[in-house]
Design a protein around this ligand. Structure first.
Ligand SMILES: [Zn+2]
Length: 346
């Protein structure tokens, strides 16, 4: 009888432990999504990526500031209960040997569903030198990019999809929490938009982002924005959208400052492929960079998936044929050159 009572007690203990564990583990995936719902519902729907959000800035400021604290608290709690598995970010394999090289890197923004098709193409050719920039406060949201083209979607992955490994094998860095125009934000909000995104991405991917793609492009930041980010965050490169030659930098030149890192061209530029071919054919007498950026939705908009595949095929063939050509993600390039290229003005 005594033995029977003991067995019953043990069984009850096991059952209650299992129930407790299930309750504690469940919010890991869903908590941040529900937290940010209030902020998300007031976000405008820009008609274009480059459109600024000044008119709604005041409203956003209020919402973001009131939710900032609880978000941080919840994130901290979730982080403690999350079992961080191995990082999905590929290790930097290339080590500089003192000879000049020709670096190729790709950037894609917003964390949208077309990214899967892009990655499928890149995996097909063994090209993984792409960094994706995502906004942790906008997971699962859809916006209208072109009102006259409802077939061109802009649908961001949900947190659950991202946690499940959508970006496995690729680099992911910050695109800020809410994709606001940072020049319209106060200093504390600039800091919050970056640090909360960095914390959320670190929780998902296991490594801390070191770079940001400025939401809306470099027209939506000021030098003061960069000063604030330098002083209050660990972000040390900021990817821009204006072509480097428009900023007085050589076509295949390296950035002057990492916090204003201008690309060579956009994936939708008419000369993106010819520039790539010119880069591949150029003599390698100094370190050079071909840096192409864009969004997956542009390939739907301009029906340019074949053009993108040709670009990836060209990159793969060039890297296989020429040891001076090195494929790196944006953050790998930063790591390779961070001792030589200053993040920002002294
Ligand atoms: Zn964006």
């Amino acid at each position: 009888m005594k033995k029977y009572l003991l067995l019953t007690a043990a069984l009850l203990l096991i059952l209650s432990t299992v129930a407790l564990c299930m309750t504690a583990c469940d919010p890991v995936v869903s908590a941040p999504e529900t937290t940010d719902t209030t902020a998300d519902t007031t976000i405008e729907e820009p008609t274009e990526e480059e459109s600024t959000m000044e008119e709604t800035t005041a409203e956003e400021t209020t919402v973001a500031e009131t939710t900032a604290e609880e978000t941080t608290a919840e994130e901290t709690t979730v982080e403690e209960t999350t079992v961080e598995e191995e990082t999905t970010e590929p290790e930097t394999q290339y080590v500089r040997d003192g000879t000049p090289k020709k670096y190729i890197t790709i950037r894609m923004d917003d964390g949208i569903t077309q990214d899967a098709r892009m990655m499928e193409i890149m995996r097909k050719y063994g090209v993984d030198c792409c960094t994706f920039y995502i906004s942790s406060g906008l997971f699962g949201q859809s916006i209208v990019v072109y009102p006259d083209r409802p077939d061109v979607t802009h649908k961001r992955y949900t947190r659950r999809e991202i946690v499940a490994g959508v970006y496995d094998g690729f680099d992911v860095q910050s695109h800020t929490v809410n994709h606001y125009s940072l020049k319209g934000c106060g200093d504390s909000q600039v800091t919050s938009e970056i640090t909360r995104d960095v914390a959320a991405l670190k929780q998902i991917f296991g490594y801390r982002p070191v770079g940001v793609a400025w939401p809306g492009g470099d027209g939506d930041i000021t030098d003061h924005t960069i000063d604030v980010v330098m002083e209050t965050t660990n972000i040390r490169y900021g990817s821009c959208t204006t072509r480097n030659t428009y900023k007085g930098i050589k076509k295949f030149g390296l950035p002057q400052y990492f916090m204003r890192w201008y690309p060579t061209c956009s994936v939708s530029d008419a000369d993106a492929q010819s520039l790539l071919e010119e880069f591949i054919a150029a003599p390698c007498t100094e370190d050079m960079l071909y840096f192409v950026w864009g969004h997956g939705f542009e390939l739907d908009r301009f029906d340019s998936w074949d053009k993108f595949e040709l670009m990836i095929k060209t990159i793969a063939a060039a890297a296989a044929a020429d040891e001076d050509i090195v494929l790196v993600t944006n953050s790998e390039f930063y790591e390779l050159f961070k001792e030589e290229i200053p993040a920002w003005k002294e």
